[in-house]
Design a protein around this ligand. Structure first.
Ligand SMILES: [Ca+2]
Ligand SMILES: [Ca+2]
Ligand SMILES: [Ca+2]
Length: 261
């Protein structure tokens, strides 16, 4: 069994972004050098995020300040166009953000956009072409045109969470992967659960009792350095523990994943 955590309210605690990512508010942004279709761009953002044990997506640009931040980033990198996480693939003319599933209310369209030319323009890019009036403004275009893309990754510590206790049994690695997949179904970032205080421990113990669970993986491991336990969801070294008798004992030199039982 595994325990996923679905985080949905961000607090303002954060550490600095990984190398080659730029920090703005509670997110880190990464502008690609490669050109990809819209679908592949989204997939690659997710893959890149997973390398940091986090959920990443194509960027959400939902206010003028974020637009300005990304404009500055494009100028710095000399980019002339990049996919953002906006599309009207589901309903023509209704644009949604891929990272949170929300309908867009802020736009920065270029001249005559969106025009859905040929009835086939459903993916949005920021574009530079001063001759025809595009100054880091938006255009809808065909989703199959390879373009650079901008990823965003939430880089905060979450306080309020939803928990989901699985009925299936999986390895630790598969449990983590499945939590991520389940979260994505809700357009959110999910991971194996962090249990960093006695109250969360008590809440989860009650949940196990209710569901008659006798053991479940939580998001704690010492896979990187033996004896040093880190939480997967935020990368932090653990300070709160609720070890059972004689644990952790690293039996056989091969015990690196933590479960409640
Ligand atoms: Ca369209
Ligand atoms: Ca267009
Ligand atoms: Ca160990």
């Amino acid at each position: 069994m595994k325990l996923c955590v679905l985080a949905f309210v961000a607090t303002v605690v954060f550490s600095s972004c990984p190398t080659s990512w730029s920090h703005y508010k509670d997110k880190c942004f990464f502008l690609s050098r490669d050109n990809e279709t819209f679908a592949d761009s989204l997939k690659l953002c997710e893959v890149i995020g997973r390398q940091y044990g986090r959920s990443a997506s194509l960027a959400t640009v939902d206010d003028a300040k974020t637009q300005q931040f990304l404009t500055d980033l494009m100028i710095k990198i000399n980019s002339i166009g990049m996919y953002i996480g906006l599309n009207d693939l589901v309903t023509e003319g209704t644009f949604h953000w891929v990272a949170n599933g929300k309908q867009a209310t802020y736009f920065n369209w270029g001249p005559t956009q969106p025009n859905n030319r040929g009835g086939n323009e459903n993916c949005v890019a920021m574009r530079v072409d001063p001759v025809i009036g595009f100054n880091y403004s938006w255009t809808d275009g065909p989703c199959t045109v390879p373009t650079t893309y901008i990823c965003e990754m939430v880089w905060t510590h979450y306080k309020d969470k939803c928990f989901f206790l699985s009925r299936d049994n999986e390895t630790f690695a598969d449990s983590l992967k499945l939590c991520e997949v389940i979260g994505r179904q809700y357009g959110r970032s999910a991971s194996l659960a962090t249990v960093d205080d006695a109250k969360t421990q008590q809440f989860l113990a009650n949940l196990m009792i209710k569901i008659n669970s006798i053991g479940m993986y939580i998001g704690l491991n010492d896979l990187v350095t033996e004896g040093e336990f880190h939480w997967i969801a935020n990368g932090k070294q653990a300070t709160y523990f609720n070890w059972g008798p004689t644990q952790p004992n690293n039996r056989g030199g091969n015990e690196n994943c933590v479960a409640m039982s």
